[in-house]
Design a protein around this ligand. Structure first.
Ligand code: IPE
Ligand code: IPE
Ligand code: MG
Length: 251
C-alpha cells in the first residue's frame, strides 16, 4: 500500500478530533458543464478536469481517515442529456476506471459500484466489476462509485426484491421495517451518509442516496467540481465538525 501524495501546496489535513469526523461523505460531482462554458470549452472538458478533482479528494479523504466516500458520477436522469454527452460520459467512465484502477488499489481503496445495469455500456459494467473484484480485500477507504444511480431507483429495486422474497415465502411482509429494508439496498454495508457535500452552489439532492441521507448534514459550496480539491473537502469537514446533530432527539 502507498500513502497518499500530499497536496501540491504542501497543506496538511486539519487536526480535528476523530469523533467530529464523518464516517461517510457523499459528494455530488457537479458543475463540470458550467466550468467548461466559462472558459469557452466544450462541456466534456469539464468532465475531464473533474477526474483530477475526484482523485485529489480521494487522497485527501484517506489523509484524514474517512472510511466511506460516495461519488455521484452518472444519474438515472443523466440519460436525458445529448447523445454526444452521454456517449462521452460512458466512454470516459470506462477509461477512468481502467486507467486509475491500479492507483486506487495501491492506495488501499475498495471500490463498490451502486447503480442499475439497465442501459449502462457493457464496457463500463465490466470495468466497474473488475475494479470491485480486484480491490475487494482493501479496507483503507470504501469508494462507493455511483454510476447509473438514482436514489428512487435504488428504493424501487429494494422494494421489488422484498416483494420477490415475500412471494417466495422467504420473508413475512409483516416483518418489513426500516432495518430489514436497508438490507436490500445496493450496498447495505455502507453506513448512512453523515456529510452530503455539493459543490456548484446548488442546494438540492438530485436523487442521490435518498434513503441513506435521511439525517445527513448538507454542505453546499460555491465552486464548480473541476475547481474542487482536497482542501475544499477539509473545509467542509471543519464546517461539519461545528454542526450539532440531533437525529430527532433533544440536545
Ligand atoms: C456534473 O456536472 C457531471 C455529471 C452530471 C455527469 P454537470 O455536467 O452537471 O455540469 P453542470 O451542472 O451542467 O455545470
Ligand atoms: C447530479 O447532477 C448528478 C451527478 C453529478 C452525476 P445533475 O447536474 O445531473 O443534477 P441537476 O440536474 O442539477 O439536478
Ligand atoms: Mg449539473
Amino acid at each position: 500500500m502507498v500513502a497518499p501524495s500530499p497536496h501540491p501546496s504542501g497543506a496538511l489535513p486539519p487536526e480535528l478530533p476523530v469523533e467530529t469526523l464523518p464516517k461517510h461523505v457523499a459528494i455530488v460531482m457537479d458543475g463540470n458543464g458550467r466550468w467548461a462554458k466559462a472558459r469557452g470549452l466544450p462541456r466534456t472538458e469539464g468532465h475531464k478536469q473533474g477526474e483530477f478533482s475526484l482523485f485529489d479528494t480521494i487522497e485527501g479523504a484517506i489523509e484524514v481517515d474517512i472510511p466511506y466516500l460516495s461519488a455521484y458520477a452518472f444519474s438515472t436522469e443523466n440519460w436525458t442529456r445529448s447523445p454526444e454527452e452521454v456517449r462521452f460520459l460512458m466512454g470516459f467512465s470506462r477509461n477512468v476506471l481502467r486507467n486509475r484502477r491500479d492507483q486506487l488499489i495501491d492506495l488501499g481503496v475498495r471500490v463498490v459500484w451502486s447503480g442499475r445495469r439497465g442501459r449502462l455500456w457493457k464496457g463500463v459494467i465490466s470495468e466497474l466489476e473488475t475494479a470491485e473484484q480486484m480491490s475487494r480485500h482493501n479496507s483503507k477507504l470504501v469508494l462507493q462509485f455511483c454510476v447509473n444511480y438514482g436514489g428512487q431507483a435504488e428504493i424501487a429495486d429494494a422494494a421489488a426484491a422484498i416483494a420477490r422474497d415475500a412471494v417466495a415465502g422467504r420473508i413475512n411482509p409483516d416483518r418489513v421495517n426500516e432495518k430489514l429494508f436497508a438490507k436490500y439496498l445496493y450496498h447495505p454495508e455502507v453506513p448512512p451518509v453523515d456529510l452530503f457535500l455539493r459543490p456548484s452552489g446548488e442546494q438540492r439532492l438530485s436523487n442521490f442516496l435518498l434513503w441513506q441521507s435521511s439525517y445527513a448534514e448538507l454542505v453546499s459550496m460555491n465552486l464548480l467540481w473541476p475547481d474542487f480539491n482536497r482542501l475544499h473537502l477539509w473545509q467542509a469537514l471543519e464546517q461539519y465538525a461545528q454542526r450539532h446533530r440531533r437525529f430527532g432527539g433533544t440536545p
